[in-house]
Ligand binder design. Structure first.
Ligand code: NHR
Ligand code: GAR
Length: 216
């Protein structure tokens, strides 16, 4: 049987180290997929260079040049659809997406969020974990639904928080884990082992618990 590689589009806003981890995993065949396009909303995002270095089509759709969120989302969606993706990956993508956009890609759209969801949806998660004296922190890969960072969790990874941690130190400890778990989950979606049904995440047809596959 021929396995058709899934077509992956990555959306990023910054450095793109998670995008790089996914690009590398595709190159090594640990993800049965091909990154066909990378799109940023920020012209200076280093993610664009990473994509061109890997001979992947890279485009910027600068949200600042659009009158409102809906026209930005429409342009973004048109650019994505051009690539005919099976999987759309948010990798450090920093714009909230409209309900219409999310519904169009429901079940194909993944995000990695730097906290142990449902803790700390939204921004500044590392600082919030430190300010609350949390002993552990981490990252969550989830299906994207219209509720911001509220979609069902597929996999999480934990890291310790040390007493004199700065937000930057904690962020880089979290990133190391992100680079490990995101390619795993992207591969699961490429292999159709995970699915979104009735806003719940399933793994091999089994409903996943609130904290995803590796919950304790
Ligand atoms: N869109 C929907 N509908 N649902 C989700 O779960 C989404 C989403 C878009 C992005 C990533 C998310 C994260 O992992 C994500 C999940 C940006 C913001 C934000 O407030 C919040 C969460 C996430 C991404 N963005 C500001 C905005 O006005 C801009 C902030 C900035 O540019 O620095 O869009 O954390
Ligand atoms: C990652 O830690 C990701 O979880 C987080 O930004 C970083 C991006 O790093 N995402 C968000 O905060 C989304 N709001 P990268 O650009 O090097 O992949």
């Amino acid at each position: 049987m021929t396995i058709h590689k899934k077509r992956i589009v990555i959306l990023a806003s910054g450095s793109g180290s998670n995008a790089q981890a996914i690009i590398d995993a595709c190159a090594k065949d640990t993800i049965k997929g091909t990154v066909v396009k990378l799109i940023t909303n920020v012209p200076s995002a280093y993610a664009l260079e990473r994509a061109s270095n890997a001979n992947i089509e890279a485009t910027c759709i600068d949200h600042k040049t659009f009158a409102d969120r809906d026209t930005f989302d429409a342009a973004l969606s048109a650019e994505i659809d051009h690539a005919e993706p099976d999987v759309v990956v948010l990798a450090g993508f920093m714009r909230i997406l409209s309900e219409g956009f999310v519904k169009k890609y429901l079940g194909k759209l993944l995000n990695i969020h730097p906290s142990l969801l449902p803790k700390y949806p939204g921004l500044h998660t590392h600082k919030r974990a430190i300010d609350n004296n949390d002993e552990e922190h981490g990252t969550s890969v989830h299906f994207v639904t219209p509720e911001l960072d509220g979609g069902p969790v597929i996999l999480q990874a934990k890291v310790p928080v040390f007493e004199d941690d700065t937000a930057e130190e904690l962020a880089s400890r979290v990133l190391v884990q992100e680079h490990k778990i995101y390619p795993i989950v992207v591969n699961w979606l490429c292999n159709e082992r995970i699915a979104l049904k009735n806003m719940k995440a399933y793994f091999d047809e089994m409903e996943l618990p609130e904290c995803g596959y590796a919950s304790d």
